[in-house]
Design a binder for this molecule. Sequence first.
Ligand code: PGA
Length: 269
Amino acid sequence: MDIRIYGDESRLNGDAADIVGEALRGGPASAIGLCTGMTPVGLYRELVRRRAKGEISFADATVCNLDEYIGLTPDDPNGFRAFMRKRLLDEVDLPPERFFIPDGSAPDPEDECRRFDAVLDGIGRRRLQVVGIGGNGHVGFNEPDDSLPYGTRVVRLSDRTVQTNAAYFDPPDRIPRRAITMGIGSILDADRLLLIALGKEKAEAVAGALAGPITARLPGSLLRLHPRLTVLLDREAASLLPERLKADAGLARAIRPRIEDGFDETSRQ
Ligand code: PGA
């Protein structure tokens, strides 16, 4: 696990955009899994800026998103499809047919889950998956539970999630109580994971996820099972981490420029 803690959010977003940019250069077979919410807004702004300058291109990319509310039409401005279009997709060169997100308006949500699983199977494991974390530790809409199924599924949102997300809904009481989410197994299937968390409201979930027991009761903790997890935190989100993890993050920062300069073990041969 590579944890990086930032005092400056624009540097955090720049590093996140570097990681996405690296995945975009991975060729036509590589995919990017993206997420919605306030957390990735700065990253998407940076990706749009880099695209406008011609530094990156989505022309060969495939993008798949984590989740969608059930019961909204695909063009509902409150939906995650609309969010992705507004914040990123309308501003970059991704061919529209290569954007995949569960369809919350499908007549049979269970069938839609199987369709989305088939999409993920088709994409395969060469995928960078970007995720945020909820204040209750959820990832995508995988809410805390006794156990978490592997694949895409219909979920009932927790009261806390409904309350938090209603603030972004217009009108707030229209927020659906159910959603379709990529399963935690499919999230872990990606060959690289990027977790971003910002703000003190995330500090407890982040500390639990990165330093507490690995448990479905805190879905973010399951991300630690992944061999290639990068975590980008602002200082507030990192504030409750145990000192040893903060020290690891500081050490990694000290070493990283040397690795980037080519002084790592592999380049010495
Ligand atoms: P947020 O949501 O980015 O709006 O904080 C993240 C999440 O709930 O997963």
